[in-house]
Design a protein. Structure first.
Length: 401
């Protein structure tokens, strides 16, 4: 290989290594949102709402057969939630350091790319497209989460939450319910009537003390249709406050007296076998809740306590806010919104441009190096020729003598 070709190969390898390292880095620099994505479509309180958010929610909340009015009602309701969180944080005195906030958001995005996409930023961008959203909106959601996670500490400092164990224990005993559950999920292919009959039979056996919730797990107590308790908790016991569980389940639990069983209730829940949403039959029994019960699971119950207080505050703010579309937002048909770009990958474009510039500079340098060595080689050849001429001339003079 000639020196010229060798230098070209080195140049190309350098460029490819630099480009590959930059583009496969797990750090996802923000994509630049397009003007279409950031066009305002309305407001929630003092916050502007942008097209990409309305587009994302419309695409992901739509169900087959849903009318425009049904989708609009669902989207307009859902769009309030994140702004209610921000509003509650503002009202509660959560302080925001923009530089630290941006760092935390970047860290969260980097972590997601590393854990979910093997550190490949292109896979992350491809996923944004597949779920009909943008990098700007993904970062907005992370921003909301980072701020909202500081709310608990702000409320403690204001005295609206307590970290005193005795006070928390009394609150839980007064406001929470403690229940046991039996559940049959209507898995795909199940006979719904059989499942319901088994749920009725299970309730009758529980009420008349022929079995226990524990013995219904795994079919130790035989039900007529062969169904088993599919509840995920080994003891089937849950302690919770209002606003933290499925509303139908929650309402049924709070309606019971201690020791009382619910009728068989139907709740739309996550089906255990496939993770899909399915109708599930539940039987609930309300249990007493003692200080000993709270102490046994205090850490988990403290989190439930904090969530209950915060959820109550959040619900109040949600009820005060509405999404108010502007003229442009009101003109949009949510079931037919045009796809929006995930964002312009200016980082990749910039890196590619830099690599190309570096490559060009290296190429120019190679040209100059080649020219330099060519000139040097020619100079050496000329010098050799001159030395040869002088030697020949000197030899000729010697011969003449």
């Amino acid at each position: 290989m000639t020196r010229k070709n060798f230098l070209r190969v080195i140049c190309l390898c350098f460029a490819l290594i630099l480009l590959s390292a930059a583009l496969t880095s797990c750090e996802s620099k923000p994509l630049s949102p397009t003007s279409a994505a950031t066009r305002e479509v309305g407001t929630v309180g003092t916050h502007a709402v942008y097209y990409d958010e309305l587009y994302t929610l419309s695409k992901n909340l739509y169900e087959e057969g849903m009318t425009e009015d049904e989708l609009r009602e669902r989207v307009y309701s859902e769009i309030v939630v994140n702004y209610a969180k921000l509003t509650l944080c503002e009202q509660s005195g959560v302080s925001v350091d923009e530089e630290k906030l941006n760092e935390d958001v970047q860290t969260a995005i980097d972590s997601a790319i590393e854990n979910d996409f093997g550190g490949n930023r292109f896979s992350y961008i491809k996923n944004l497209k597949s779920i009909n959203t943008t990098d700007r909106y993904a970062r907005f959601l992370q921003r909301v989460d980072v701020i909202y996670n500081q709310l608990e500490y702000a409320l403690i400092s204001r005295g609206e939450l307590t970290a005193d164990e005795s006070e928390v224990t009394e609150y839980i005993k007064e406001k929470f319910v403690n229940v046991q559950c039996f559940m049959i999920a209507n898995n795909e292919g199940d006979n719904i009537e059989t499942n319901y009959s088994d749920a009725l039979a299970a309730r009758d056996a529980l009420v008349n003390e022929r079995t226990t919730f524990y013995d219904l797990i795994g079919g130790r107590y035989k039900l007529p249709g062969g169904s088993v308790n599919e509840d995920v908790d080994v003891d089937c016991i849950y302690t919770f406050g209002k606003g933290t569980m499925n509303k139908v389940f929650e309402d049924a639990a709070y309606a019971l007296e201690v020791g009382e069983y619910s009728e068989v209730i139907t709740i739309e829940d996550r089906e255990l076998a496939s993770g899909e949403i399915a109708d599930c039959y539940y039987v609930i029994k309300r249990l007493p809740l003692t200080s000993e019960d709270v102490a046994k699971n205090y850490t988990a119950l403290y989190n439930e306590y904090a969530n209950t207080v915060i959820n109550a505050k959040l619900t109040a703010v949600i009820n005060e806010l509405t999404f108010v579309p502007n003229e442009y937002g009101a003109s949009l048909t949510l079931t037919q919104m045009e796809r929006v770009s995930v964002g312009i990958d200016t980082f990749t474009i910039t890196v590619t441009a830099i690599v190309l510039v570096v490559l060009a500079l290296v190429a120019v340098a190679i040209v100059f190096i080649v020219i330099f060595y060519k000139k040097k080689k020619n100079a050496l050849l000329e010098e050799k020729k001159e030395r040869a001429k002088r030697a020949l001339a000197a030899r000729s003079k010697k011969d003449e003598k």
